[in-house]
Design a protein around this ligand. Structure first.
Ligand code: FE
Ligand code: ZN
Ligand code: FE
Length: 168
């Protein structure tokens, strides 16, 4: 079990770093988004993310470890792609669709990491960690679904119509 505990703490440091990277990135997404609905979704997820960082600090403490960051290369890559989306020349609904696509990759990555962490916490008998990681996992899934519903709520059709009008 000593080995799984070490892997767990390593992975915890990885997601702790990833969440900090996300806190830096979300304000840029709020700024780049066109629709108020999308701006609001990103702003609210920023608040949730700060809370998720605090939950991770509680998990570190349950493990008897001080919170520490270890660069999450996966998140770094995803956010570099996100940066390209932010700089993209498209505008309005099309740009929003691009930002949503990038943000959903981030949510899916987090869902994978938290799913693994929660399973390992169960294996290690870290009961509070199981609950805390599960709460965050639910928030990431909700954030993902909210983005899907914004994208499906006419955003894409709007974008296509704008293009059709421009081309006419
Ligand atoms: Fe998160
Ligand atoms: Zn990672
Ligand atoms: Fe998230």
């Amino acid at each position: 079990m000593a080995t799984l505990k070490k892997l767990f703490v390593d992975q915890l440091k990885d997601i702790y770093d990833a969440e900090h990277q996300i806190v830096e990135a979300l304000p840029k997404l709020v700024k780049a988004a066109s629709s108020d609905e999308l701006k609001e979704a990103f702003s609210e997820h920023l608040e949730q993310t700060r809370n998720q960082i605090e939950r991770l600090e509680s998990v570190f403490s349950e493990c008897g470890e001080a919170p520490a960051r270890k660069t999450c290369k996966g998140m770094k890559g995803l956010l570099e792609e996100g940066e390209e989306a932010i700089k993209d020349e498209s505008a309005g609904a099309v740009k929003d669709a691009l930002l949503i696509g990038g943000a959903q990759k981030v949510e899916h990555y987090e869902i994978a990491e938290y799913g693994t962490l929660r399973a390992w916490a169960e294996e290690l008998g870290l009961e509070d960690a199981v609950d805390l990681l599960g709460e965050t996992l639910d928030e990431e899934s909700d954030a993902d679904e909210r983005l899907t519903s914004i994208a499906e709520g006419g955003l894409l059709e709007e974008g296509v119509n704008e293009e059709a009008t421009a081309g006419a």
